[in-house]
Design a binder for this molecule. Sequence first.
Ligand SMILES: [Zn+2]
Ligand SMILES: [Zn+2]
Length: 305
Amino acid sequence: MPNLVEENLYLGDLNDAMGLKSSNEANIKFVFSIGIFPTLGKISSLTYRHIEVADLPSEDLLSHFDSAYEFIRESQSEGAILVHCYHGVSRSATIVIAYLMKRDDLGVQTAFDRVKSARDVISPNEGFMHQLALYQRMRMTLDLNFTPYKLYKLKRLSQIVKDVRLVPSSYGELIKADPGLTSNRPNPNVYKCKKCRRVLFTLNNIFAHNRGVKFTWKCQEDGVPPSDSELCKEKIFIEPLVWMKDVKTCPSGKLTCPRCNFKLGSYSWIDYCICNCRTKIFPFFYITPSKIDFDIVVKNVQVTV
Ligand SMILES: [Zn+2]
Ligand SMILES: [Zn+2]
């Protein structure tokens, strides 16, 4: 039997889902499945939703949190829903924890305890626990402008590029608009090519890192930079931008100015870069500071610093 987490919300395993009848005691009308199994024995009177995610710490469940929330919330208002994976221990528990966090504005631990009191066997894998923590830091709304989430998505994408050798179009939103086009210039703090003055990127596109501090999207106890650590300026790491002509089709290469071809730096989806300060960055898109100039562009007036 699945476990009742709260009114109209059940958490269980594959057997619970397969054992459902069209009219069941619990009045379950909706089924949310997480797994790489085919959903067998579907009943036409029930509404199913399935996402394909394996129970591995490296798998991306976080990107589904917001849409799972919508589905569960809508279902719950119309009848009971069963959320399940293979064992009802890691993936489905993670989805239910994320759901409660968002709906009731709870921290990971409080939501975890609530689900655990209903189903004692739950144990989200380590990777999913980090994803829940990141969700909490985003205040339970996926936000591609939030730097750790950007980094999280880029790392996922780098795994795909490693396998298929190109950026699939579904990940196009991670390759950011060209700030060199006036219409796309939301931030007045820009960096320009030293040679031809073309705008290349803005302050918003930078992944700042501190000297010698581990660079990661994960929140860790020791993630707070030591007080003597300073912002590193040896290399400027930025997010991928549409003017970087080979990044969608080539796993690694040089970055050159799109106007004058001046060599600016390099990038790789498959290797990490060790900055001069010894911090490891992966994947990386870096610009050598001596190849660019900082400028503040205020409407039509340009102030060169
Ligand atoms: Zn140039
Ligand atoms: Zn550095």
